[in-house]
Design a binder for this molecule. Sequence first.
Ligand code: PLP
Length: 482
Amino acid sequence: VDIHVRLEGRDDLSGQVYRQVREAIVDGRLRPGQSLPPTREFARSLEVSRNTVSIAYERLTGEGFLRTRVGAGTYVCEHRYTTAAGRPRRRRPEQGLQPHTRWDMAHPRWDAVGRRLPPPALTYDFAVGLPDLSLFPFDTWRRMVSRELRTTSIESAAYGDAAGHPGLRTAIARHIGAARGVITDPDLVTVTNGAQQAFDLAARALLQPGDCVAVEEPGYPPPRMLMRSLGMRVVPVRVDAQGLVVAELPGDARLVYVTPAHQFPLGMPMSLARRRELLAWAAEHDAAVIEDDYDSEFRFAGRSPETLYSLDGHGRVLYVSTFSKTMLPAIRLGYLVAPPSVTPALRLAKYVADWTSPLISQAALARFIDEGLFARHIRKMRGEYSSRHELIMTILAQQEDWVRPIKTAAGIHLTALLPAGRQLSDQDVRRLTDDTGVTVNSLWQFYDGKPAQSGLVIGYGAIAVPHIAEGLKRLRYVLEGA
Ligand SMILES: Cc1ncc(COP(=O)(O)O)c(C=O)c1O
């Protein structure tokens, strides 16, 4: 391995090399078994004599840090001072730069957001937002990716178009055209790193700091955190049984973020009347609408409502979706379909953000969709999620004295409301479910302001049918016993 050594002056050069290599071994930057550069090479790179390095190596060897074997060179030994895990130790925090965030990083409700690493291996995992990772066709996916790693696939190894891999954009346009009735040209599709980056690009292309952004209350926290971090004024707007209450939108909102297919987290779809009202409002107020269609591929019953994108006659809607639910969250691919008037600005925003999303995964995903494997996986998962959804609804429907589930027909989570007056914060849920093997989210977590109602947001992406009844029983036991 290469070792960075900083030499000062011309005094005690051997001592300087000795101390810095020793420090690198002790603090874990160099691990037992790693080999050090040969003395001649190291001396040349440091512009010192070979003897200087040899003396330092000999001293370290004498102290048991290094060993030299003929033919194998010099390498680091196990030593009582080496860290077994080889994990570099953090230095003490220093005074220096302080973050200047425009949002409150200590907000308790953001505690659980963005920290699902690694996913807890729980038996009764009702955490929201996770698909079933265990049913993903990893072998097939590996084949798709390895094909892109051949020299014949040289294009996916270079820099690509900021808009995304052309084959993937075409595959996306075909998929959403058929499955969601979002009829579009691949030239209007931009591939992003998950839905979250699509929101970021929309803000960069359409907004100025200080602009007003309206979001659903309760709603999905990451977009509002993002908008605040960019200096936008975020106004939460109430949702009722029909979805976002358009009549309560602030008149100066430049952007409205909604989840019409499956309101996050409550679960009901936005009514057709409300959709039309929102589109008319946006046209009248010269505002943009982000339609986050994050999990609508998993629809179990009834006709899906028309998307805002297809109902829109005024070029106001940015349609966003993700492969985090249909494939894997770790794939970090999503997409954005925008009106032609803003597409060039979005492409420029993507270019300055990170140029393009990883091309190897894009090319593999294009092939996965084109070969019909994506549709097959969705069909399989829809069947699975549908059984889980039905079972949870059936069990909870018999327990209306305790919770009242909101009727939903799509997605991988549902919300069950608790009786009025019952307080249940995120901390309460965590405290009560600790040691029960159950994970679940409190509805409170998704409010920006004061929570208007208490409830549980029950994800079923990560819990298999055989565990559901017992998981709900435990949940009731700990929460009712509270
Ligand atoms: C409402 C909503 N939108 C989007 C996403 C997906 O975001 P991403 O594609 O950034 O993983 C999620 C995931 O939990 C979500 O709940």
